[in-house]
Ligand binder design. Structure first.
Ligand code: SER
Length: 318
């Protein structure tokens, strides 16, 4: 049985990934690593052990890894794209100095490591339509710079030291549990909150701007399946394109309006978010993930919309 540490366990992805991992591997075998000020609560706190584990503190990570005999680390600590533009040095410290800590500790303690990359690892001169697995990666955001470096450093530790690093490039992740904070794709989460509250939504992204998105259950499945994949089949490692849906604001608006006919959306484009969005793929080619570890998403836009509109009200309209 795996012994897993999730760093960033109370964040957007971590809060749900920790619970999904506990369901599979057992509550006691999955440690929720958090930072002061972002303590776990409720089910996350009660379903297994938790430890303060700041990715920038190598001593603390080492102690947790040794105390719990950790053999797999999910390193989810990061600043999202818009926040990282305002705090580039902190984004580097968390994303890359933190990753260095994790990889060194993994090397010393023989741990496998998952550190996600993103659609943000691509840039304006990347082919935008069916973006290939191996292509130009010259992002112009600090978030993207840290994600390309994450991919390179993770591959380096695999090739040089045999550390079992693997990951995916996440599209914008949409969920009805923990909201994202400061990403370019956040509008595709926010829009559901407005629809459910019966309020008009002001969209910060221009009509016609395509971005890859994924529903959280598929994002969790990808994170778990890649770490369970047969290593002899993996030609790539850091990190796999995964795709499940790609849409522009007017398409998600129409998908919601089908179930909420009175829902209204207007545009007030945010120039920073728009320039980031335009530099990212319209739609990625995920055939390597499909061929090398049988990646296959479950949710399309309509299935996700039905699920969001069913579950979100139960949480936010109490
Ligand atoms: N969701 C991220 C962002 O918008 C991209 O991976 O920053």
């Amino acid at each position: 049985m795996k012994k897993i540490l999730v760093i960033g366990a109370t964040g957007q992805i971590g809060s749900e990934l920790t619970m999904a991992l506990r369901n599979i591997y057992g509550g006691q075998n999955v440690v929720a690593g958090y930072i002061t000020g972002a303590e776990p609560k409720g089910d996350l706190l009660e379903s297994g052990p938790s430890e303060i584990c700041d990715v920038t503190d190598a001593v603390a990570i080492t102690e947790v890894v040794k105390k719990h005999n950790i053999d797999t680390i999910y390193n989810l600590a990061a600043l999202l794209s818009v926040v990282a533009e305002g705090k580039p040095k902190l984004a580097w410290k968390i994303g890359i100095d933190g990753l260095w800590n994790v990889l060194e500790i993994a090397r010393e303690n023989k741990c496998a490591v998952f550190t996600p990359s993103s659609i943000g690892s691509f840039g304006p001169n990347t082919p935008h339509y069916m973006t290939p697995q191996d292509t130009i990666q010259r992002p112009r955001t600090m978030y993207g710079v840290t994600k390309v470096t994450t991919e390179l450093l993770s591959d380096y530790y695999f090739l040089k030291y045999g550390v079992d690093t693997r990951a995916v490039r996440f599209p914008g992740v949409i969920s009805n549990v923990t909201p994202p904070g400061g990403g370019t794709t956040d509008y595709a989460v926010d829009i559901y909150y407005y629809a459910v509250r019966g309020e008009k939504f002001t969209c910060p992204i221009k009509e016609g701007t395509l971005m890859d998105m994924i529903y959280m259950p598929d994002a969790l499945k990808a994170s778990i399946d890649i770490m369970e994949a047969d290593p002899s089949r993996l030609i790539h490692r850091n990190a796999f394109n995964i795709a499940s849906m790609s849409f522009a604001p007017e398409t998600i608006y129409a998908a919601i309006k089908k179930y909420k006919p009175d829902f209204e959306m207007v545009y007030d484009v945010d120039p920073l978010k728009q320039s980031i969005a335009e530099s990212w793929p319209d739609i990625m080619d995920d055939s390597c993930a499909r061929n090398e570890w049988d990646w296959k998403p479950v949710y399309d836009l309509d299935a996700m919309t039905r699920d969001m509109l069913e579950k979100l009200p139960l949480r936010i309209l109490k």
